[in-house]
Design a protein around this ligand. Structure first.
Ligand SMILES: [Zn+2]
Length: 423
């Protein structure tokens, strides 16, 4: 990804650096050749030559680190039924849709994303196209195809149709097949391996949110093989036993982490494993589900998931755990572009402060994506991935939902989106 060349100064702004410090006014941030060189009081900033420096200045601007979508499904597009996830369109068209979703995510302020699973190997190639400046999109950590036990949540095509699931999921029976699935992904070039230890409210009959979809032995085989090749492992974990299995098997992250008892919470905190609750999706499914003919049993399951997931997220934050913000966007009732609804939801429904929420969405997100040595906070020496917001999200987080409020979405010091490009 190209670096900006030259000097730039964002002056006299409100600034949140994502390190845990409070929001400060009258701040300045300097960057040069894509790297941050100063963050601090405007009064004490180093001198600069206004003729040779790009200057962004307004006391109305709030400057924060670029956001991280920690559970991004680039290949989901207007998913209203299962077939929309795997067999509706050919891979050529899904690739184009994924490129459009990546561009949209960047325009929404998400300068980084960690894939939560993608059709075929699209996110690996999407990442290459973004890194080589062929298209714009978030700095991506890729995931490729997911892994699930045969007959589990993701194995929905009936055998008599002879369709298989290989575009979306590698289906496994036993630890040996788990190992061979991970080895396929190693060859594909992914960084994360996403698995399905448990079911979900979406499948109330045989794979609901209290059902296990992989054995501990299978999960452990995934972790052993993935870690050997320096890949990380995460999983769709709703049921308490599935969460416990994932923590004991050595998972590096949990998606959802919905139903946690004291023992699981202790294990989670002891291992300091980050969790991406992806909770707004549950509320969107409850509120908008009836319009899409979701059965009542599914909606009831989403309510139980929402209640359990909200309680767990509150506890994790309170007890010093780590949470990432992201959330299964790409469903018809939870479309791409709505990413920041997750942030409003955590402030207005779960009860986090805007500072806590934005720290989860920046610093912790970059830790999950594995890019915290480069981005995620505004500190000297880090890459200039910055969001300049026209307004104050610490007064009203909902302004983050409307990308017309963004003056500049900056990646590597280059303004890639925002009203600055139109003025
Ligand atoms: Zn997901």
């Amino acid at each position: 990804m190209q670096l900006q060349s030259g000097k730039a100064v964002i002056n006299n702004c409100r600034l949140f650096d994502g390190t845990g410090s409070t929001v400060k006014t009258s701040q300045a941030l300097h960057y040069e050749d894509g790297v941050i060189t100063y963050v601090g009081d405007a009064a004490h900033q180093p001198e600069y030559d206004p003729d040779s420096t790009q200057i962004i200045e307004s006391p109305d601007f709030t400057v924060i680190p670029g956001l991280v979508e920690a559970h991004f499904h680039p290949t989901y597009f207007n998913v209203a039924e299962l077939a929309d996830l795997d067999i509706k369109y050919p891979v050529e068209y899904v690739t184009l849709l994924a490129a459009a979703n990546a561009k949209l995510a960047l325009e929404c302020g998400y300068t980084s994303a960690r894939s939560g699973g993608s059709l075929f190997n699209i996110d690996v190639w999407l990442k290459k196209a973004i890194n080589e400046d062929v298209i714009i999109g978030p700095r991506l950590a890729s995931n490729g195809r997911e892994i699930c036990g045969v007959g589990g949540l993701m194995d929905w095509n009936p055998d008599y149709r002879k369709i298989g699931m290989e575009g979306l999921v590698l289906l496994i029976n036993g630890p040996e097949e788990a190992r061979s699935a991970v080895r396929k992904l190693v060859k594909d070039g992914v960084e994360w391996v996403k698995t399905y230890p448990t079911g979900d409210a979406a499948a109330p009959d045989v794979n609901d949110h209290h059902t296990l979809c992989m054995t501990f032995e299978e999960m452990h085989a995934v972790v052993e093989t993935a870690h050997n090749h320096k890949l990380k492992v995460t999983g769709h974990c709703r049921a308490t036993e599935g969460i416990k299995n994932a923590l004991l098997a050595g998972y590096d992250c949990l998606e959802h982490g919905t139903f946690m008892d004291n023992e699981t919470m202790d294990l989670l905190l002891e291992r300091d494993v980050p969790v991406v609750p992806a909770l707004y999706f549950e509320l969107a499914s409850i509120e908008n589900g009836p319009a899409f003919n979701l059965p009542q049993a599914v909606i009831d399951g989403h309510q139980e998931t929402l209640d359990g997931g909200t309680e767990s997220a509150r506890r994790i934050l309170k007890e010093g755990g780590r949470l990432g913000m992201g959330g299964d966007y790409g469903f018809a009732w939870n479309p791409h572009g709505d990413y920041a609804k997750e942030l409003s939801f955590f402030v207005n429904y779960v009860g986090f402060t805007p500072e806590e929420t934005l720290m989860c969405a920046t610093k912790t997100g970059s830790e999950i994506a594995g890019s915290d040595d480069q981005v995620g906070t505004l500190e000297t020496g880090k890459l200039a991935d910055i969001l300049v917001i026209n307004g104050n999200p610490f007064d009203d987080i909902r302004i983050m939902e409307d990308r017309s409020n963004f003056y500049a979405v900056i990646q590597n010091g280059i303004i890639k989106s925002g009203s600055a490009l139109r003025s």
